[in-house]
Design a protein. Sequence first.
Lengths: 572, 285
Amino acid sequence: MEFNIRITGAAGQGMQTAADLLGRSLLRSGLHVYVHQDIESRIRGGINFSQLRCSDRPVHAPVERVDLLVSLSPESLRAHAPAVNAGGMIFATSAVEPADCPRCAPFVLSELARKAGNDKTVSTVAAAVAACALDLPAEILDTLVDERFGSSEKLLDVNRRAVQLTREAMLEAGLTGRLSLPGGSVSGTGASTDRLFVSGAASVALGALAGGCTFMAAYPMSPATGIMTTLSELTHDCGVWVEQAEDEIAAINMVAGASYAGARSMTASSGGGFALMTEGVSLLGMIECPAVIVIAQRPGPATGLPTRTAQGDLRLALNAGHGRFARVILAPRTVSEAYALTARAFDLAERYQIPVFVLTDQILQDCQTIIDRPDVPPVTRHVLTPEQAAALPFYERYAQTGDGISPMALPGQSRHVVCVDSDEHDPAGHLIEDAAGSAAMAAKRLRRIATVDAAAPLPECTSHDPALPLVVSWGTTAPVVVEALDALNAGSPRFNHLQVTQLWPLPDLRAIPAFAACSRLILVEHSVGDGLDGVLAQTQLRGVDAFIGKLDGRPFTVEELTARIGKEDHHG
Amino acid sequence: MAELTLNDYKSKVENAWCPGCGNFGILNTLQKSLLALGLPPERVLLVSGIGQAPKIVHYVHANAFDGLHGREVSSAQAAKIVADDLTVIVHSGDGGAYGEGGNHFLHAMRRNVDLTHVVHDNHIYGLTKGQASPTTEQGQKVAVHPDGVAALPMNPLALAISQSCSFVAQSLSSNAGHLQEILCEAIRHPGFSFVNVLQPCVSWDPVHTYAHYQKHCYLLDASHDPTDQLGALAVALAHDGRIPLGVLYRNERPALRPIMESGIGDLRTCTDRPARLAAVFNRFR
């Protein structure tokens, strides 16, 4: 059981405030929600929307259907009214034509805000309309309004009045409970303490902290910025330093310096900003320096669509930096997986002394959903303790080892000095030119690649009959495919599904029967092609038979993928 | 612990500089300065990029981070923010500091992390065989500029003073006594200390020779007030053919890390994360 609420208006009108109030209301009511943002690259004006998929079960994917439209501007009403289902409802800030439209509320949102005493309370009115329609317990929204506006008596007063006036209007119009979800009227505040309402960006930030991150340097770039914003707000609570670098080149070189000095370090950008970091990535490879790099993807080339989504940067992450060295590329599918994989990225980075990439995208960064309160296991460091370092008779940062990984000491923690060099170097970290020494160090880097390759996990596969067509997906596309396949496989199974969360290195996928025996390989990737299809062709010697991509920067929806994948099972 | 000697700062790495290079003066003086300040090698972090000058970090026994061309200041600032108990000294050439790394230099002055940035300024690109650097004289005929360099040279001292860089000094590689005095003062100064060290390039630059510096350099005396920013700027912009040596400008701006201190703690540890995160999670409800 689910209902979809779209809150739309111009940038700056408070749609995100409304979505936040409503999302937290659903959390505290014991329900589930997935909020995705459709935003233009501007500060004021235009037409933006937040769509809330409210459900009695966890949801991780956008849909197109709209059961309830809350419109805060005439332009947004014109643009989005046609999307509303037959039987859906429209709430607007101006009268809707025709005046007797059965789907339109008989009151105007902006008038309620004005009556409450402040036009800006229209975002609270929007949240209250939806909360009433869903019949969420009144005291939950009341408490949230108190928490949000409690610092100013005047603001609290007008917002409380806005909620009250909206409730009265809804009741009078007979619309309260119009979209009631099972369980929605149960006061679930007790049960909600073990769940959080977070954005993808915040989840990456929290996962970084769980992974032991104490240093981030980055230059703001949509849609990555939310990560540094969240971390900066937690500087003093969690002991993490966030440095806003003058450019992305500075950011990645700061990460290298901080990591060398002993902090678990990260940066985040989108494709264009990351492109500036590529020499720094090569430095990380040469000096065997741990680092986590988040690429929050958006469509390119160049500036592309700054506030839209894409999965087009896999090959950029894979090939960034000259020379050959080990790296890992992870791609979370959901908000909760963004937490877990980012934390894991920090462990892998330090364990193997490599750059680890986390590929997110705009839809994940900006979406908000309800997750279970995550575990925070103690962080295990993979560096020498001061005592371990002091006990060594001598220390070489690049000592030759069988697996290519040398014990990492931190500078200033013992009597030994720690030297690293972007030039080819000897085991002690000093520049060299000689052939034998250079070959030995290159061979060590190759052994490290083999070590990281050998640890590559097999991806998750849902298989019915291994000969069925196999749909491959990764990142935020995967949960959309899951729902599409739920619908397509409802009668007799038609498709298997392989979901890749570690994109590099990949293990031999022929170990998976559904991959080895599939009649048809279908890749769904939010790109214009030459992403995972190219990687599969290169590394698994298996090209894809059908590619379902995306050109417009808008997220895949369940409806769209159900239709597009459905056409793909009966080709020769 | 045994008393430190100059030998403790000597490295076994074979030196690759040209005979007579100005870098030797800086190397010897750096080692003497570290000894004079009583800084043991393991408490010192030398950071550099690419070029002839940056190789200095291999010729001193200390912690060393030899990173990318022009990016040394970025790595050094972060390393110092994390390992606040290390003495961090950056060595760049004029190409790395003012060309490739110009933007980082500007922002390092704003940020004011407590480190010392020594620029080996020989007015030429040595390792790439004699092209113009950002401080090559206008009209000087060098590789790639057979008709003479058209662009004006950068004035790093005036730039730094105008940006309220917290310590701005100039010295000469061949004046060991003066250079040691300046280096020690720069290292002791809390905040971003910038030292432009003039040095001849014996292989590629016939203009800025030892004799040239002997003739044109003068020592700033007690009449110069390094806390007077406009006065310092006037010295840096004099255009009278004379080259000032000494501390041109200094101020007492607090360094970055102390400003941010509350609750940050040692960035090399993260063992208290479970407890700290548990409190933070409640904001997301």
